[in-house]
Design a protein around this ligand. Structure first.
Ligand SMILES: [Zn+2]
Ligand SMILES: [Zn+2]
Length: 166
């Protein structure tokens, strides 16, 4: 990964399975020239996208910040959804791709740019995209196991604010 390059990875509820066209030896297209989709999706395309995210995309960012794949990250976002809520909290690295998933249709576009990881969700209520979801490196408290922002982790030698007070 280089500082200046931009990398993206999309996880969507829409089927992106491709069909093979033996006649043309390439992806089968529908009457409008778009890739044709199978009548029924078994979820292979979703699993493949998640696999691409966890095995190819995310490791670039983890390596850059020397983060453990069993660690935690801080996620925060402002003005999300029709009710414009703010979101902030810690999630396991292994759950990053799930944070923004909703029950309805969605398309989550993750981007790595200049060492930053952020994402934008497109859905029925967010046709032009949600606000930015930011993901930042975090540590884990040595005493209680909760997430701690990376700078606090360094300053307080791995103890969260609550545990420090006891
Ligand atoms: Zn599919
Ligand atoms: Zn603690």
């Amino acid at each position: 990964m280089t500082e200046t390059q931009k990398y993206t990875c999309t996880i969507t509820s829409d089927c992106t399975c491709e069909l093979y066209d033996e006649e043309t030896d390439s992806t089968k297209l529908d009457e409008y020239g778009y890739p044709a989709r199978p009548e029924y999706c078994y979820g292979d395309c979703y699993n493949e996208a998640v696999y691409d995210f966890t095995d190819n995309f995310l490791p670039m960012w983890l390596d850059y910040h020397k983060l453990d794949k069993d660690g935690k990250v801080l996620v925060f976002a402002n003005g999300i959804g029709w009710n414009k809520v703010s979101v902030a909290g810690f999630v396991d690295v292994s759950d990053i791709h799930k944070v923004m998933q909703i029950d309805g249709d969605f398309r989550n576009v993750f981007t790595i740019e200049g060492g930053e990881l952020y994402a934008i969700r497109y859905s029925h209520d967010e046709p032009v995209g949600s606000g930015k979801w930011n993901f930042q490196p975090a540590g884990i408290c040595d005493r209680c196991g909760d997430g701690i922002p990376a700078d606090v982790y360094e300053d307080e030698n791995g103890i969260c604010a609550e545990c420090k007070d006891y």
